[in-house]
Design a protein around this ligand. Sequence first.
Ligand SMILES: [Zn+2]
Ligand SMILES: [Zn+2]
Length: 376
Amino acid sequence: MFSAVRKWVIAVVLLATAVALQAAELQHEIRVSYSPDARQEIRFPDLPGYRTLVCDLHTHTAFSDGSVWPPVRIKEAWRQGLHVLAISDHIEYRPHKEDLPRGYDRAVALAAGEAATRDILLVRGAEITRDTPPGHFNAVFVKDLPALEHDDLLEVFRRANDQDAFVFWNHPGWQGAERGKWQDFHATVYQNKWLHGIEICNNECYYQQAHQWALEKNLTLIGTSDIHEPDLRRKNTAADHRTVTLVLAKEKTEDALKEALRAGRTIVWWRGRLIGREEWLRPFFDACVEVHPPHHRIKNAVFLHIRNRCEADIRLERVGTVGPKEIILPAATVTLLRIAAADPKKPIKLQYAATNFLVAPEKPLMVDIEIPGAEQ
Ligand SMILES: [Zn+2]
Ligand SMILES: [Zn+2]
């Protein structure tokens, strides 16, 4: 009887040990995939002559009304695959001032070491914060932040521009009865060439009117997170990602970034959409979509692969007469396509609307996909 119990005890102990070992292995596996020093790259292709920089030009830290210590913003951005981060704390609104009495430069100074370590291009910015109208504006590449503290807002714009800053209008649809209106003040700073861009997307919001203004007035299209809290994402995916601006810059330097922003070479990635001027969105689409020649032809159809080289799903809706009604190319995958064709040896032209590539409000990019014929 005793020995039977002992056998049971030994069996249970062995089983428990095996389970514990397995759990430890699993834990190790989980720990490795969660490493704080693993960077989850965001896959967007470069264009010839340009590097696609993933940029967030509007973020906050504890030095204004954010709840994050500045170097943490850098670690977070690096882990999530960003290349460029601006810290742009409010000039006029610093609720933690008594706890953090040091000046406007302190947040960037604290983040600089971490940015250098992780090769994040850190941009010194500020949010100029006035009631609407006229609202909030970001100045980035500011050399002298304390100079932006002044009662006269026009004077603040003059001073930012004297420092060769790039200035954009933040969240133009926010807040109060006068929100989302182009007022005299905006006209003045625009005419003086003191306003260079506009947020068409801020975090979860899209401002259609601002998008229209940007196209009409040749303002650079900007999308930002305006993040205050820690970003809980480990990874940016097609379904859940930070709102960012893809800047097509000649290289990853502050000068090249500024040149690209001034030239308007930007695409906003917002809630699975890519929003840009057609001039840049079209070559970008072409770089994202790699159409392979058919690998198989049967009597009435051809089969081919299309690679989506970007981090966004690509949604195509047929506008021509050939091809499936809808094609979805999931992010960073290869999709098999079967195209019905009366003569499968002939070249085929597919005409589609890329419904999540927007060249203007509610206006998708129209694309042709050419499929070569079989060699005779
Ligand atoms: Zn704001
Ligand atoms: Zn803000």
